[in-house]
Design a protein around this ligand. Structure first.
Ligand code: APR
Length: 264
């Protein structure tokens, strides 16, 4: 059967991954669209529907932490809609393909901007959540994190038992600094990366959006997986114009067909 352009690009992407020492994925909301979670921008995006949120959420938390908690539990507005989709979401074939790459030793770290926990549910282990995880709470003082179900809130605002800092949901708010521990981890992984897969991200929000340029500056290669053009497409060595849930499994199949037979 005649090879399509996408087939040829998938072949090229598989060859680049196999030829790299330290592949890393930078993942955005598009990765979870096929799990039923809307993206932020573009068709069906939450910000497209409701408009970009206020950038002062974190400042308002610092001024009125109790109000933050009471407002959070209100069941209206975009974030409530978001939270509802999270509850039913399951990993899609794209998440499973990335987990398989990790098992093959071909995915050293997943830097995800998503907070939906779907990579862990798919079996991935090395996941750096630069925007946090919606299933966890975090102290903004010492960055201690807890699974929500393991932190019993007696009074608002909940305070950290270690440092008395304010405890909030781990998800990073607009205006909130990226927690220093995960930021250091993402920078360290980016420094080692020689092949970055940009999966389902507009690559417009910093600091994550700066990682592909850093990989390129060190002579690394970029592979974009996205049905639409983005600001970074022109700088990518390979562009796979398709949905990650369809394209990633096909790429992993080609990787397994091309990789040298191993003893195991
Ligand atoms: N497969 C792959 N990519 C897809 C799919 C799909 N099935 N569907 C949509 N996309 C692409 C869109 O074309 C778009 O480029 O996913 C991207 C989603 O972009 P955004 O909604 O901007 O998401 P993201 O890049 O993760 O946003 C970064 O912005 O609002 C903040 O904190 C929020 O983490 C988020 C950050």
């Amino acid at each position: 059967m005649e090879k399509t352009e996408l087939d040829r690009q998938i072949e090229r992407a598989a060859e680049l991954v196999l030829g790299s020492q330290y592949p890393v994925a930078l993942v955005g909301a598009g990765m979870s669209v096929e799990s039923g979670i809307p993206p932020f921008r573009g068709p069906g995006g939450i910000w497209t529907k409701y408009g970009e949120p206020a950038m002062d959420g974190y400042d308002r938390l610092l001024q009125d932490p109790k109000g933050y908690w009471l407002e959070r539990d209100s069941d209206t507005g975009p974030m409530a809609e978001f939270r509802e989709t999270f509850a039913q979401a399951k990993p899609n074939p794209g998440h499973l393909a990335i987990a398989e790459m990790e098992a093959l030793g071909l995915m050293k770290c997943i830097i995800t901007q998503n907070v939906d926990n779907l990579h862990q549910m798919a079996g991935s282990r090395n996941v750096a959540e630069i925007h946090g995880n919606s299933t966890k709470l975090r102290c903004i003082g010492c960055t201690t994190r807890w699974p929500k179900e393991e932190f019993h809130i007696e009074d608002y605002p909940p305070l950290c038992p270690h440092c008395d800092g304010i405890v909030k949901v781990d998800t990073v708010m607009f205006g909130e600094p990226i927690p220093f521990d995960v930021m250091a981890r993402c920078e360290g992984e980016t420094q080692k990366c020689d092949c970055m897969l940009l999966i389902g991200t507009t690559a417009e929000v910093y600091p994550a959006a700066g990682f592909p340029a850093a990989v390129k500056a060190m002579g690394g290669v970029l592979i974009e997986i996205n049905p639409l053009e983005t600001v970074i497409s022109q700088r990518c060595d390979v562009v796979l114009r398709g949905a990650s849930g369809e394209v990633l499994p096909r790429m992993v199949e080609r990787i397994k067909a091309l990789r040298p037979a191993t003893g195991d």
